[in-house]
Design a binder for this molecule. Structure first.
Ligand code: NAP
Length: 279
């Protein structure tokens, strides 16, 4: 590595599946930046020491993926966003301090802004399926856009109740068995569960109660066109897919590490789509 070259990495266990190197290396080449982005397979046990020595290892920052997202919060100085979500996926060094944030929030919002401009104008009610880490990022984002009522529908209702405790009374924990009642007034439906993902059970819901102006967003990106998105399109609804969120969540990390804000372009999307097609 040249002395002036900046490098970042994605830390996970396992980490081979991560598409982050593909995305960041594309931008490094596109913008002619002499930098590097690598994969680092690090166990949970080794994670704290690894990030403590991040600079000594030649890194200006890192993405963090499973199973380290909560640990990343504990070993760094998180911003308000990461703190509220309860997990960090992006680390950077700021005057020798290890800082962290959660870019799934802007990935979620940025993707909707790009795919369905004006999606949040007058949006009163949203339905979020799931209550895990991705749901927390989505709920945080929806609150930031002033959505008045956010139904959180989850198999384990206690976890939806925990989101209300964390994010306040605009969050309505709602049982899966009464999903139709929540869908009827909703202008946005977001799937943040892992249902519908390759290798996971299907997401079997009927979205017919949604109004004709509703938007449907799926965070699952493998397969790219999920059964939920296909159903939404068959009803003539506007959609936003999980790959778009994956690309948009990468923007902030790149800008923190390499000093310029990259663009999410059709070329980049096509590159990652081709990679996903080969699994
Ligand atoms: P997580 O914290 O493990 O949460 C998983 C959620 O799925 C929980 O709400 C869980 O319900 C629900 N679930 C799992 N299996 C289920 C089943 N058989 N029946 C009903 N509900 C089930 O995971 P996460 O980090 O939030 O990620 C969730 C999904 O979002 C994954 O597919 C991930 O790839 C995707 N994601 C995508 C992006 C992107 O950039 N596109 C970013 C982040 C995450 P219980 O609480 O009842 O267990």
């Amino acid at each position: 590595m040249a002395e002036h070259e900046r490098a970042a990495c994605v830390i996970g266990w396992p980490v081979e599946h991560s598409r982050s190197p593909l995305i960041h290396k594309y931008w490094l080449a596109k913008y002619g930046i002499a930098g590097d982005y690598r994969r680092e397979a690090v166990t949970a046990e080794d994670f704290p020491a690894f990030v403590r020595d991040l600079a000594a290892r030649g890194y200006v920052g890192a993405n963090v993926t499973l199973p380290h997202k909560e640990a990343a919060l504990a070993v760094s100085e998180p911003d308000a966003q990461a703190q509220a979500v309860g997990a960090a996926n992006t680390l950077w060094l700021e005057n020798g301090r290890l800082r962290s944030t959660n870019t799934d929030v802007e990935g979620f919002l940025g993707n909707l802004d790009a795919c369905v401009p004006g999606w949040d104008r007058g949006l009163r009610t949203a339905v979020v399926l799931g209550a895990g880490g991705a749901a927390r990022a989505a709920v945080y984002g929806l609150r930031a856009r002033n959505v008045g009522r956010i139904f959180v529908v989850n198999r384990t209702l206690e976890k939806a109740e925990a989101l209300r405790a964390a994010f306040g009374e605009r969050v309505y924990p709602h049982p899966w068995s009464r999903l139709a009642e929540a869908l009827a007034p909703a202008g946005l439906l977001v799937n943040t569960t892992s249902l519908g993902m390759r290798g996971q059970p299907p997401l079997e819901i009927d979205i017919a109660p949604l109004g004709s102006r509703a938007v449907v967003c799926d965070l699952v990106y493998s397969p790219l066109r999920t059964a939920l998105l296909a159903q939404a399109e068959s009803h003539g609804l506007r959609t936003a897919d999980g790959l778009g969120m994956l690309l948009h969540q990468a923007v902030r990390g790149f800008s923190l590490w390499f000093g310029m804000t990259p663009e999410v372009t059709p070329d980049l999307r096509a590159l990652v789509e081709r990679d996903l097609a080969g699994h």
